[in-house]
Design a protein around this ligand. Structure first.
Ligand code: ADP
Ligand code: MG
Length: 318
């Protein structure tokens, strides 16, 4: 018998296994399982958000990626997790792994990209760590943010009958968006401040997978209307030219790294959310489905055909 390997569990099986082995103190409001950990706050009525995300050469960016974009992405995906909690990012530390032969200009470029995004979102670059990496560049960012206790949005807050919304077109981000996206911090904050959303997640693993994460945490199911899923232009392009056979809808459902916000809105707040969002950001808040009593996540085609939607988004070990 061969020993079990990480690929036998998959990324989410592995995380579930780690989670089972942890107990947390009362300081931890929300531990493993949301976009950021939620800790008792620095002040009355406030919560601390704490998360980390790593990007590695060959996995999250190609060796020929522009250094400025690598720096941008390393921070942007962390900001996106704070956005998904309705929070305000405050400070980061950066762990940088590189080889002895890495050009200094590459590191300078990474720093330039990261500093620009940090300035745009008023985040302090407050420390880090440097180490040798035998396997190419690796950037690990830890981030802290803050949110008022009553405004913190978790994955688990959706009730049956809430509308499912997303902040932008999905799919095909590997054609470029995954390196250059602007994290939806302002949008997440806007939605949270007005208490328009009951649950929220950022779409990093893919719509199908991340919707399952919300449904599981909220103990609801979902119906997704196939003709309402906003399909990014890049998804159409990739469906035509990509090596693997795919459709634009398939790409929108299963491609990862869109970093849009996926949220649920109680029905009585939908008009306010959709019209206010459009007036504020000049872009639509796309309504693409509804939550149900569950437990299934179903895709409904325009001709009425239904199909169970599996969670097979991006899995690092899948
Ligand atoms: P996200 O895509 O929002 O960054 P992940 O899918 O990476 O979230 O992780 C899901 C949850 O599991 C998060 O709450 C994260 O903190 C936790 N998690 C992931 N990997 C580990 C790990 N190695 N140890 C502990 N918690 C982890
Ligand atoms: Mg996330």
């Amino acid at each position: 018998m061969t020993a079990r390997r990480v690929s036998d569990l998959g990324e989410f099986g592995l995380i579930a296994r780690l989670r089972e082995q942890v107990t947390t103190s009362a300081r931890v409001v929300e531990g493993i399982g949301d976009d950021a950990a939620v800790l008792e706050g620095p002040g009355e009525g406030r919560l601390l958000l704490f998360a980390c995300d790593t990007i590695a050469e060959g996995v999250h960016f190609m060796p020929d990626a522009a250094p400025e974009q690598i720096g941008h992405k390393a921070l942007a995906c962390n900001l996106s997790d704070i956005a998904a909690m309705g929070g305000m990012p405050r400070a980061i530390t950066v762990s940088l792994g590189c080889g002895a032969e890495t050009p200094v200009a590459t590191i300078d470029g990474i720093w330039t990209g990261m500093r620009a995004l940090a300035a745009a979102f008023d985040v302090d670059l407050a420390g880090g760590d440097t180490h040798r990496s035998p396997a190419g560049l690796i950037l690990s960012v830890a981030i802290v943010g803050e949110v008022e206790r009553e405004l913190c949005v978790r994955r688990g807050g959706a009730k049956a009958g809430h509308f499912i919304v997303v902040t932008g077109g999905l799919g095909g981000s590997m054609l470029g968006k995954h390196m250059t996206f602007t994290p939806r911090v302002r949008e997440g904050r806007w939605l949270a401040e007005r208490r328009l959303v009951s649950a929220m997640i950022d779409v990093s693993d893919g719509l199908a997978s991340d919707l399952h994460h919300v449904c599981k945490a909220s103990n609801v199911g979902a119906e997704l209307f196939a003709d309402r899923v906003p399909i990014a232009e890049a998804a159409r392009q990739l469906a035509q030219t990509g090596a693997r056979a795919s459709t634009p809808l398939g790409r929108a459902l299963y491609d990862g790294e869109d970093f849009e916000l996926l949220a649920t809105v109680p029905p009585e707040l939908l008009d306010e959310a959709a019209s206010g969002y459009h007036a504020t950001f000049g872009e639509p808040l796309y309504v693409l489905g509804r939550t149900t009593a569950g437990p299934h996540v179903t895709l409904i085609h325009p001709d009425g055909r239904t199909q169970e939607l599996t969670a097979s988004g991006f899995d690092h070990f899948g």
